[in-house]
Design a protein. Structure first.
Lengths: 270, 259
């Protein structure tokens, strides 16, 4: 079914974020249909993480509006939070807790109790393929295991929309493909809408139904991967599309904090 | 489910996770026990010989033991903010803030965990005090009062620490500010000497310092022959009031850690 006739899961209208004189996000308008995997691409500092932070209610927009799962992120943030899952770029599973304890904490904070909680935690462990190490401390896990746990943690309450900020950053090819597999599964079995930011062109190409490339806070181009490649040339790759629309030939590399966070994540993944 | 029950369930979830972490790594508890041991065993024993500080019918070691208990609570809880900044740097704060849990429940849960940690800290100070033959009251009600004081005191100083962490946001800045805050709080209280001995300006500071009220409540409840200047009702009302204020402020600032 074409996106235009599907119900909308995420919508932004003229969404803008300014920090003093600096505009991190400049009048972004887009809409993501329910059940789609949508990719946000762009060089560091393009506004991808800012967009995700606004949509997940972590950050207030300076102007414009956004709705997620039918609720306004500024007006009904708690209703939005009930309906979303979030995997931050940083490795956010608590290494000092076991896999089960991490899941139980998330479940309790999402209001899951009693038998429902036990059942969902067990399902999540099975989904992440972590049953055998459920009671091991997360700090002993590989990067791929941590990411699988985080996806399971973020989807424990069966959210309508899942946000992932560079979920495969620093993972080896096998772990990366396992994460993709889990995301496809979620879309298929739960009809979940997934918004993902990535630097990885292969990931964007094989996983996403639709892409938006951001450049200096603005929407540079929007479309399906095949459509975008066709616009650049008959044998163009997604990397060509990225260079063409993001002007990333001389990438300024993002802020010090963003680069440090990316490197920290890669370092923690070993 | 009523919002109040939801709030307590969310706070209990956070506190439970914190306590599990603490149980697995008790090294911090042990290292934090060194300071009160030194204060009581070295400073306390020397000053009890000097008899330079008028403490009425109480021996100086008896007088200062509640002060050192309060100090160990303060010093342990005030660095709670470092852990919060660490959680921010790891993205744990972001993940907690994306859940529908009340922001104040997340902060309250952290405070509860600090309160439980404070009780373990108090047990260590009690052991040292027993070894130094401090005259401790063992009746259930005074002991319960000490436990309640330690719990509320830990909640106050850990929430204060979280509040500061939300403002400074980096570990380096926090370390500097943590040192700057703890020493004035300690010296502007009745932990080491009676408030009456202080100059007027310091007495004014002591009157608005929650540590003064904690020490005062502990002194009456913990030591045989110990007396409190304020009633228990006043001390606990002040402490709970300060905690409520800090909880409101920290809950307001906590989401800013994810920006």
């Amino acid at each position: 079914m074409p996106s235009s006739v599907l119900p909308v899961a995420i919508s932004t209208v003229e969404l803008t974020k300014r920090y003093g004189e600096f505009t991190a996000l400049d009048r972004l308008s887009l809409s993501v249909a329910r059940g789609r995997i949508f990719g946000l691409l762009g060089p560091n500092g393009a506004g991808k993480s800012t967009t995700i932070k606004i949509l997940t209610t972590l950050l207030d927009a300076s102007s414009g509006s956004a709705t997620v799962a039918g609720f306004d992120v500024a007006g009904d943030p708690v209703e939005v939070r009930r309906r979303i899952g979030y995997v931050p770029q940083l490795l956010s599973a608590d290494g000092a807790l076991t896999a089960t304890e991490n899941l139980v904490l998330s479940a309790r904070l999402h209001g899951l109790h009693g038998r429902t909680r036990v059942a969902r935690v067990n399902e999540a462990l099975a989904f992440a393929g972590l049953d055998a190490v459920a009671n091991n401390l997360v700090r002993t896990f590989s990067g791929g295991m941590v990411r699988r746990l985080e996806v399971a943690q973020a989807t424990l309450h069966r959210p309508e929309v899942l946000f992932l900020d560079e979920p495969t950053l620093g993972l080896d090819p096998v772990a990366r493909k396992t994460v993709w597999e889990r995301l496809r599964q979620l879309r298929q079995s739960e009809g979940m809408t997934i918004l993902i930011t990535t630097h990885d062109m292969e990931e964007a190409d094989v996983l996403c139904d639709e892409l938006a490339i951001l450049h200096q806070g603005r929407l540079a181009v929007l479309g399906a991967p095949e459509e975008l490649k066709a616009r650049v040339g008959s044998d163009a790759t997604l990397a060509d599309v990225f260079v063409r629309f993001s002007g990333a030939v001389l990438d300024h590399g993002g802020s010090f904090r963003e680069v440090r966070e990316s490197r920290d994540t890669v370092r923690r993944l070993g | 489910m009523s919002p109040r029950l939801e709030f307590f369930r969310e706070a209990a979830a956070v506190a439970d996770a914190e306590v599990r972490k603490l149980r697995r790594d008790p090294t911090e508890l042990l290292s934090r026990a060194v300071q009160p041991v030194l204060w009581l065993a070295v400073f306390g024993q020397v000053f009890s010989q000097v008899r330079g500080i008028p403490t009425g019918d109480l021996g100086y070691l008896d007088f200062m033991a509640p002060g050192i208990l309060a100090q160990s609570i303060l010093f342990s809880a005030i660095f709670y903010g470092i852990a919060i900044i660490w959680e921010r740097d790891l993205g744990i704060v972001h993940k907690l803030l994306v859940t529908p849990a009340h922001r104040s429940a997340l902060v309250f849960g952290k405070a509860m965990a600090a309160g439980l940690r404070g009780l373990v800290q108090a047990a260590v100070v009690y052991l040292v005090a027993i070894a130094l033959q401090v005259h401790i009251r063992w009746e259930p009600l005074p002991m319960l009062t000490v436990a309640a004081g330690v719990f509320v005191g830990s909640c106050i100083f850990s929430t204060f620490s979280l509040f500061i962490a939300c403002i400074v946001k980096t570990r380096e800045r926090f370390m500097g500010i943590g040192q700057v805050l703890t020493m004035p709080l300690f010296f502007a209280s009745s932990a080491l000497y009676p408030v009456e001995l202080m100059p007027a300006w310091l007495q004014a500071l002591a009157a608005v310092n929650p540590l003064t009220y904690l020490v005062d409540a502990l002194r009456g409840a913990m030591i045989v022959g110990g007396t409190s200047v304020h009633t228990l009702g006043t001390s606990f009302a002040v402490m709970l009031g300060v905690f409520a204020l800090l909880l409101a402020l920290a809950s307001k600032l906590y989401p800013g850690l994810a920006r």
